[in-house]
Design a protein around this ligand. Structure first.
Ligand SMILES: *Cc1c(COP(=O)(O)O)cnc(C)c1O
Length: 365
């Protein structure tokens, strides 16, 4: 089964092998030093030079989103959420859950946020903006500069879920004055699921310390900051994934560094999109992350196409959730896939569409 899903993605062979080699006890200075060197590299990729500002959690991405709301926000805050899909909606649910007042800018599946959308929220006392910079439900990439400028103007904190954008699109925390960035292991980092990382600006770290304690005992960030100075965590970390991360960072360096890595992903995205359009497929026109491409089907059930690709051709692509389930599916460009794999996938996509169309015409379910 070849994976073209957004995560967990097709891993690289050497990263998979890491687990067979065994590892040291994590409460040692060797492990701590390895963690520190890995996290320093990831911080560099994120464009954050604040020392000890990156912590890592044994949780999937949503665990980190939850913990960020819990640790960084309080009832006196007023949050604004860019809600353009299921991941934007998740921030709304988390703020609600933690009793943090918020409003949302609700966008249709094919809309990105514009200056006109933001204008009514100027000078209204909002303290923090939440955005999933790539809304993974559809692959929309929001304009980070627009959002960053809006936050500057309104003296707001900027919290970015870059889980599906990291290492696929350009990103720079200091350039765009981002106060918190959430990433996780199973997307662009191409590691096993189960680890998420959060990087903070100096002023967000200060806010966390001045905030009341979070509801969560396990995800009390103050403990994580204290421990990370020695490359440690309050509790048992995802040890095996840290070893995978070390290997992955080696692969990225080998490929020429972060920018070259992003180019590889961008090239796969560009190739898939061009070939799809040549083949007559419909690709949404909104600004897109390099991580994935949604394919829009006018008169064929997209869910059936996804099923056929998996069952007949052993090719795994993402269905689209909610109202879009019948209209769109998603193809990821992150992970260990090649241009040849894309050619093969595209051929099978076209065959599957034809087959589903024929079945529909003949009334076969
Ligand atoms: C994958 C993803 C998440 C995290 O989902 P989990 O299932 O908790 O790993 C969060 N936000 C975005 C934008 C994502 O793509």
């Amino acid at each position: 089964m070849k994976q073209f899903i957004v995560g967990p993605v097709e891993m690289f062979p050497s990263t998979k092998e890491v687990l067979t080699k065994g590892y040291t006890y994590f409460r040692t200075s060797e492990f701590g030093d390895m963690v520190k060197s890995c996290l320093n590299k990831v911080s560099e990729f994120l464009g954050n030079s604040v020392e000890n500002s990156l912590i890592y959690l044994a949780a999937s991405g949503t665990g980190a989103m939850d913990a960020v709301v819990d640790n960084c926000m309080n009832k006196e805050d007023k949050a604004l959420v860019i809600n353009g899909g299921s991941f934007g909606h998740r921030f709304c649910e988390l703020l609600e859950w933690h009793n943090v007042p918020y409003e949302s800018i609700d966008l249709k599946w094919n809309e990105v946020v514009t200056p006109e959308d933001l204008a009514p929220f100027n000078n209204k006392g909002f303290t923090t903006l939440f955005v999933n910079i790539d809304e993974t439900q559809t692959g929309k990439l929001y304009d980070i500069k627009l959002l960053s400028d809006f936050c500057q103007k309104n003296n707001m904190f900027l919290v970015v879920d870059a889980i599906s954008s990291f290492l696929a699109d350009e990103y720079d925390m200091e350039k765009y004055r981002i106060d918190a960035t959430i990433i996780s292991s199973q997307k662009g980092l191409c590691l096993s699921p189960g680890m998420s990382l959060v990087s903070f600006s100096k002023r967000m770290i200060d806010k966390i310390y001045s905030n009341s304690l979070p509801k969560s005992y396990y995800f009390n960030f103050r403990d994580y900051f204290k421990n990370i100075e020695r490359g440690q965590t309050p509790f048992t970390p995802a040890v095996s994934i840290m070893y995978e991360l070390k290997d992955m960072l080696r692969l990225i360096e080998q490929a020429g560094g972060k920018d070259e890595w992003i180019k590889i992903v961008a090239n796969k995205a560009k190739y898939f999109r061009e070939k799809s359009i040549e083949a007559g497929l419909s690709i949404p026109s909104y600004p897109k992350s390099n991580t994935l491409t949604s394919v829009y089907l006018e008169d064929v059930d997209a869910g059936e196409v996804v099923k056929l690709l998996r069952e007949k051709y052993q090719l795994c692509v993402n269905p689209c959730g909610g109202d879009l389930a019948k209209r769109m599916f998603r193809v990821s460009h992150i992970g260990n896939t090649t241009i040849a794999d894309i050619d093969d996938l595209l051929e099978k996509i076209l065959l599957s569409i034809d087959e589903v169309k024929n079945n529909q015409l003949q009334g076969v379910k």
